[in-house]
Design a protein around this ligand. Structure first.
Ligand SMILES: Cc1cc2nc3c(=O)[nH]c(=O)nc-3n(C[C@H](O)[C@H](O)[C@H](O)COP(=O)(O)OP(=O)(O)OC[C@H]3O[C@@H](n4cnc5c(N)ncnc54)[C@H](O)[C@@H]3O)c2cc1C
Length: 402
């Protein structure tokens, strides 16, 4: 296994670290102030556009892309991993570099399955950072961790598809720039189980699309939103199908592999930042006659955090290396494994950091509480832990049954 960074990735890493220190970390307070002053939880803070322009001028744009484009030569997963980790240290860095979910996954499937016309209309403005997008799969009425349960109906009528159904937890739907939704639904309920679903592109301003409400996350209203969206007799041309009719399930699988590893990479960055904040805090506070850092229990917790983060990073690198060398399908077990292991690891590290900060740890004065809330969601988003464990266990058992 070779986890060494290519010269290009190494150069990008240096530039990204400089960008984080010179622009992103100082912008975090500005972002919070602009959001608070607007009074709108889904406000698009002007500082983000400033950061985007700067990131772009430094060549730190669309780094997630695995293929050659006008912005870079395309990075392998192993090259992207440390860059995503650095961006994961701040809640605003990924958007600044046009590398945030759910757009990265959507851009990837548009690249892989989109027609020339779909690419021109939707992929290009996404790559330019002019619009944002969302991905509509989960439904309130059914257990959506089993995607075969999805009920939203997509019926063909002449040259149009007509969509009827309800989605929820649709991340990004409240972003003022969100212009397109990739919607998964059933085109043929009588087809074979994994051929019933299709994906269609639905512009957000299509009559019948109703972003009903945002769902809070542990009481937080995330800026991009996780929304309940109703599709009521929504009509789009048949040319808006992504890939082929009946191919929705296969596209969902193609989308989630890279999306999951990107979440894990960013989560490692968040855990690193939590540990860094914890160490600084414990060194600066004294209790019972000595710095808290020197109380034995904290040495043990800090050591455990370092061990856990480094293990998690190597496991993620291994999954990235497998994807690069043997393809996403060959890395299925490892992608499922990191999707379970990395959020659990980070939650423990962040929980210890919150504890080390005392009351301040649960307040708005540190990024820890929001970090905890978001990463706890990752145990659900893109499939709950149980479903990933199920697929790992089934493959493991199959070896022995054989
Ligand atoms: C913050 C956030 C953002 C999200 N963003 C999006 C988005 O952008 N687009 C989108 O489409 N969806 C999104 N989701 C939805 C997410 O993908 C689903 O919540 C998830 O797939 C689980 O589906 P469900 O909520 O219907 O839970 P259900 O399917 O009802 O499952 C509930 C629970 O049942 C248990 N369970 C399920 N299967 C098994 C099993 N085989 N064995 C044991 N236990 C099991 C698990 O504990 C699971 O958590 C987001 C969710 C959150 C929290």
């Amino acid at each position: 296994m070779d986890f060494a960074l290519s010269p290009t990735a190494n150069e990008l890493r240096g530039k990204l670290l400089a960008f984080m220190h010179e622009r992103v970390y100082p912008a975090e307070a500005v972002y919070r102030e602009q959001m608070a002053a607007s009074g709108d939880p889904h406000h698009h803070a002007p500082i983000i556009e400033e950061l985007k322009a700067d990131a772009r001028s430094r060549g730190l744009w669309n780094l997630f892309l695995p293929h050659k484009t006008q912005w870079n030569d395309g990075l392998s997963n192993i090259d992207y991993a440390p860059l995503a980790e650095i961006m994961g240290r701040s809640p605003i860095a990924s958007e600044a570099c046009n590398c945030s979910a759910p757009d990265t996954g959507n851009m990837e499937i548009l690249t892989m399955f989109g027609t020339d016309e779909q690419k021109e209309r939707w992929l290009h403005p996404l790559l330019e950072g002019e619009i944002r997008s969302c991905f509509s799969m989960t439904e309130p009425a059914v257990a959506s961790s089993d995607a075969t349960n999805i009920q939203l109906r997509i019926e063909r009528q002449g040259d149009e598809y007509v969509l009827n159904g309800r989605k929820w937890f649709i991340s990004g739907a409240a972003h003022p720039h969100c212009a397109i939704s990739i919607v998964m639904g059933k085109t043929d309920p009588d087809a074979a189980t994994h051929r019933q679903q299709s994906m269609v592109l639905v512009p957000m301003d299509t009559p019948g699309v109703d972003v009903m409400r945002n769902l809070t996350v542990f009481g937080y209203s995330d800026a991009e939103g996780h929304c309940e969206v109703d599709y009521d007799d929504v009509r789009v041309p048949v040319g808006n199908v992504l890939g082929e009719e009946g191919g929705g399930f296969a596209i969902a699988q193609a989308r989630l592999g890279p999306g999951r590893i990107h979440h894990c990479m960013r989560t490692i960055g968040a855990a690193e930042r939590a540990l860094e904040l914890l160490c600084e805090r414990l060194l600066s506070r004294t209790a019972f006659g000595k710095p808290i850092a020197e109380q034995g229990i904290w040495e043990e917790r800090i050591a455990d955090a370092r061990i856990a983060i480094d293990q998690a990073r190597l496991y993620t690198f291994y999954a990235a290396w497998l994807m690069d060398t043997q393809g996403n399908k060959a890395a299925r077990t490892e992608i499922a494994g990191i999707k379970v292991a990395i959020p659990l690891m980070a939650l423990q590290v962040i929980d210890d950091a919150i504890q080390g900060f005392g009351g301040a740890g649960v307040s708005q004065d540190t990024p820890l509480a929001a970090m905890y809330a978001w990463i706890r969601c990752l145990r659900l988003a893109d499939g709950p832990d149980e479903v990933h464990r199920r697929s790992i266990a089934q493959r493991e058992l199959r070896k022995h049954r054989a």
